[in-house]
Design a protein around this ligand. Structure first.
Ligand code: CDP
Length: 232
């Protein structure tokens, strides 16, 4: 039997991490966790409860009230739940995208999410995507990937996804949001977005989703076989 591994996928906003991670997990029979959805769920709660991110007491109080979990929907997709309610649609709205990177700079928020993410990966057999998965959450992951793509390609893809969810957003607004989030995510003090030294970099600009998925599955199988050789 091949050894179960942890697959960590990091990278900039909208370069196809989630789509790749979900499909790779389905093919390998692994669990898929979208760590960005967790930060988005916390942000949704903060917006709905008017939590002031500059007030540490309010942030701590809010975190005590927040329970983020995942469950598989009737359609077979993994959905994120906030205090027992599916928020999969709401968290993708631009108002959440506009606030999420600021919320994600907060140390107590990160500590709470990373703790939960590590518990989810305890038994391996998991694909997790985000910004700090290969660097902070699972520095020992057997396979680490760092996805990149041109800004315009990412913006077109994100605008199309929003349209599919009936949200019409101008391209320049999408571009501005991606650039601003990349800037905040890369420059924050707590777990900034950066490529782990042992991560494979994949540029997805001219690659189809199927090609991307094939490449990651191939790398995953090599990592599993390497693990088998190392332990046998
Ligand atoms: O899908 P998209 O690339 O737009 O972003 P996401 O994966 O949903 O993540 C939304 C935001 O959450 C990011 O811009 C980061 O600010 C934050 N995040 C983070 O700080 N750490 C993670 N592991 C994942 C997301």
């Amino acid at each position: 039997m091949l050894k179960k591994i942890v697959i960590a996928i990091d990278g900039y906003s909208a370069c196809g991490k989630s789509t790749t991670a979900r499909e790779v997990a389905r093919i390998l029979g692994y669990r898929y966790i979208d760590s960005g959805a967790m930060y988005r769920a916390v942000t949704l709660y903060f917006l709905e409860h008017h939590v002031a991110v500059t007030n540490p007491k309010e942030v701590d109080r809010a975190l005590q009230q927040i329970r983020v979990s995942f469950a598989v929907s009737r359609k077979g997709n993994s959905e994120v739940f906030l205090n027992g309610l599916s928020v999969e649609q709401e968290i993708r709205q631009m108002r959440v995208s506009a606030a999420v990177s600021q919320v994600s700079t907060l140390k107590p928020v990160r500590l709470a999410m990373v703790d939960q993410q590590r518990k989810m990966g305890k038994h391996k057999g998991i694909v997790m995507d985000g910004r700090d998965i290969g660097t902070v959450v699972f520095p020992e992951a057997e396979l680490k990937l760092f996805l990149t793509a041109d800004l315009l390609t990412r913006a077109f893809r994100r605008q199309r996804e929003l349209l599919e969810r009936d949200e019409m957003v101008d391209l320049d607004q999408v571009i501005e949001n991606l650039m601003e989030r990349d800037r905040i995510d890369s420059s924050r003090t707590e777990s900034p977005l950066k490529k782990a030294s042992d991560a494979h970099e994949i540029n997805t600009t001219h690659v189809t989703i199927d090609e991307q998925v094939d490449e990651v599955v191939r790398l995953s199988l090599s990592a599993m076989v390497a693990g088998r050789t190392a332990t046998s």
